[in-house]
Design a protein around this ligand. Structure first.
Ligand SMILES: N[C@@H](CCC(=O)N[C@@H](CS)C(=O)NCC(=O)O)C(=O)O
Length: 219
């Protein structure tokens, strides 16, 4: 298995958590190398990462949630991203969608805006993204109340989505003071060894993240 990735990519972190949870061996290819980038663009013209290429089955799998489901099918382990019970599975998929669409997307909008030249910035877009993120924080803070993990008692796909989304969003719009349930959840997921490993591995690249620790402009 080859994973095309970047060590600061939130969607790549989502897949890394699943790979580390089940100890699945894989080869990583970083997209900073031109040859790797060309290979990746040919395999996946949509040009987004992560991308998984399974040489043994000659399969190319895009989209983080689908990669995680693919791994569960072909490299199953004790970590089961989708529960067997259909109602529980629906809740997992809903939480996965909520984190991707309403936490990850506005967070990415704000990061992308910060990386643009000053005269190309979009304050209206950023303001709409902040509003959406505030709505998502409130909804998820209520929804996760009483749960150990994002969709219940077991770690699932929902946590693979939640961990990177909340980690990054919190750097831009800090959540711990107003959203106690989400704050406590973020503490728990940051301590989980699979995600703690992802966070340790990001260190050499972290200076590229354009926000300071307290959410004020980094540069
Ligand atoms: N829907 C995709 C989103 C993937 C995505 O947005 N990846 C970002 C990195 S976190 C990317 O490819 N960025 C490259 C770019 O925007 O050019 C998924 O779930 O995997």
């Amino acid at each position: 298995m080859i994973l095309y990735y970047h060590p600061l990519s939130s969607y790549c972190w989502k897949v890394l958590i699943a790979l580390y949870e089940n100890g699945i061996p894989f080869e990583r290819r970083m997209l900073e190398e031109p040859e790797t980038a060309a290979e990746w663009a040919q395999l996946w013209p949509i040009a987004r990462f992560p991308l998984l290429h399974d040489r043994a089955r000659n399969a190319t799998v895009g989209e983080a949630s689908i990669i995680i489901e693919y791994l569960a099918l072909h490299e199953p382990g004790t970590f089961r991203p989708i529960p067997a019970d259909p109602d529980a599975a629906l809740e997992v998929r809903l939480i996965d969608r909520l984190f991707d669409n309403y936490v990850m997307t506005p967070m990415q909008t704000m990061v992308a805006d910060r990386l643009r030249p000053h005269d190309a910035r979009d304050p209206h877009g950023v303001s709409a993204a902040r509003d959406m993120l505030a709505r998502a924080y409130a909804l998820l803070d209520a929804r996760l109340a009483g749960r150990r993990w994002a969709a219940g008692d077991s770690l699932t796909l929902a946590d693979c989505a939640a961990a990177p989304a909340l980690f990054y969003a919190d750097k831009i719009m800090p959540l711990r003071a107003d959203y106690r349930v989400l704050g406590a959840y973020l503490d728990r997921i940051e301590a989980r060894p699979s995600f703690a490993r992802v966070l340790t591995e990001k260190a050499p690249w972290w200076h590229m993240f354009p926000f300071a620790e307290d959410g004020t402009p980094g540069r």
